[in-house]
Structures are given as C-alpha cells and as structure tokens.
Design a protein around this ligand. Structure first.
Ligand SMILES: C[S@@+](CC[C@H](N)C(=O)[O-])C[C@H]1O[C@@H](n2cnc3c(N)ncnc32)[C@H](O)[C@@H]1O
Length: 253
C-alpha cells in the first residue's frame, strides 16, 4: 500500500499495511457483521457480495454461520491473497477477487445482498453506494456499517479527519439520504455509536505493545515527530463525542 506515504500517516493504513494479527478491521467484531446479515435477511443460499472484504474474516463467518454464498472484492492484492488463504485453510469455497468498489467487476442485478463494512467513508460515497445498488437484484438488500458524525460536529474536525485519514463520514441522516439517492427504499439506520469509545483500546489490546512499537517506529522514521502528532490527533478525533457508528440498510425495489 502506497497511500500511507502521504503528508500524514493514517492510523488505518498503518494497521492494514502491516501484519498486526488484526482479522476484523471494524468496530463491533463479528457481532455487528451478524446484525448486518440479519437486517439484510441473509439466509441459506443467499448470494452475497462483500465489498472491501479485507482479510476475508466476515465472508468466512457468513458462510460458516448463515450457509450463504459469498464473493469478496477488495482493491488490495495483499488483502485478496490473505482472504483466499484463510478461506482455503477453513475449507470454504469463497471467491475473492481484486476490484474497485467504484467500478465493481460484476453485471447488474446479480447478488441478493451487497454489504460493505467500515469502508464507504473512505470512498466516493455516492458512487460506491450506487455501484452496490447496481449489482443488487430487485428485492435484494444493500447494507453497510460505518463511522458517522454527530449532527453538531464542527467543520474543522471533519476537515482534519479527511486530511489525516482520508475519511469522509456522513451523519446518520446523511447516510440514509445517500441510500435514498441511490434509489434504495425502506432505508433504516441503527445507531451503534456505543461501539466507538472502546474500539481504540480493543485494537491496542490485539496488536499488543510490540504492534504499537512497530507503528511508532514506522511513523517516526517516515514522518518524524509531526507524523506522531497527527496520529495522536486522529486518535483524539475518534475519541471525541462527535464520532459515532451506524448500520444502514436499504432495499432495491
Ligand atoms: C477498514 S478496512 C475494512 C475491511 C473489512 N470490510 C472489515 O471490516 O474487516 C478497508 C478495506 O477497504 C479496502 N479498500 C479500500 N479502497 C477500496 C476500493 N476503492 N475498492 C475496494 N476495496 C477498497 C482496503 O483494501 C481494506 O481491505
């Protein structure tokens, strides 16, 4: 991944670019994946596309627990390879493909459910949600979970998160609006903001002191003290009362 070598280090890119032993790259572990699956009515034989499938952990979980069929797509060669190896090790028949969420390598109307976990705020949101809707069959569901801003978030905080992490979350109503704009109906939102305060600690616990040290040294080597400062700033934004988390689901008619 080259994106991490910009003006600021991005905490997200640092965690993803090293093998830190993190398999689930979103808050709420696999419980939120299960909740999303239920809200999207995933069941036996449902054909699911996981956009930005990361390490493949959610795709494997869905196949093992819902007996559905899953295809995963991710822009990173590293993630696609890791996901393929994981599925093979677990004896699961899951196709993982390299692809861009803005231009999904699938025909229109071919999946019952299309999900994306903790990624759309990194993308051209409107475009990515329209792509998810395009490849969903009529009557199927599009579902995401992602970070969201509280309504009263100061603009400078939004700007700093975009500068440091390249993330542009919406408010909960903003996310619903984007789903409606993509033609999705019965759009519902579930506020999961209680997951955010413990997320940073959860990551630290998983990567351990060794992981933290590795990140610190890499940041120091590449960006010096200013890199370390922007990393801390990013952490503070995530810890601020303005940061929330939500699930959004809509149906294609
Ligand atoms: C925060 S991780 C989430 C991974 C996984 N969905 C999860 O929740 O564990 C973001 C993922 O998005 C992928 N990604 C970033 N930009 C993408 C794009 N334009 N198209 C597809 N995948 C993308 C990254 O490679 C990474 O695997």
């Amino acid at each position: 991944m080259t994106k991490e070598y910009k003006h600021h280090p991005s905490l997200e890119n640092l965690i993803e670019s090293e093998d830190m032993g993190l398999e689930v790259l979103h808050p709420g572990a696999l419980e939120i994946t299960e909740e999303l699956a239920e809200l999207c009515h995933i069941g036996k034989d449902t054909k699911v596309l996981d956009v930005a499938s990361g390490t493949g952990e959610s795709a494997c979980f869905l196949v093992e627990n819902f007996s559905c069929q899953v295809v995963g797509v991710d822009a990173s060669d590293y993630m696609v390879q890791k996901a393929r190896e994981k599925a093979k090790k677990r004896g699961l028949n899951i196709e993982f493909r390299k692809g861009d969420a803005h231009n999904l390598p699938f025909e229109d109307d071919c999946f019952d459910v299309v999900i994306s976990e903790c990624t759309v705020s990194l993308l051209d949101k409107e475009h990515a949600i329209c792509e998810m809707a395009r490849v969903t069959k009529s009557g199927g569901y599009v579902g995401i979970h992602d970070i969201c801003w509280k309504e009263d978030t100061p603009e400078n905080l939004k700007q700093r998160l975009e500068e440091i992490e390249d993330e542009r979350p919406e408010t909960l109503e903003g996310w619903k609006g984007l789903f409606e704009k993509a033609g999705l109906k019965d759009v519902m939102a579930v506020d999961k903001s209680y997951l955010i305060p413990g997320w940073g600690e959860e990551i630290k616990k998983k990567i351990g002191i060794k992981g933290e040290l590795k990140i610190f040294l890499k940041v120091f080597r590449n960006w010096g003290i200013s890199g370390y400062k922007s990393l801390r700033e990013s952490e503070q934004i995530f810890k601020s009362p303005y940061m929330g988390y939500c699930i959004i689901v809509g149906r294609k008619t």
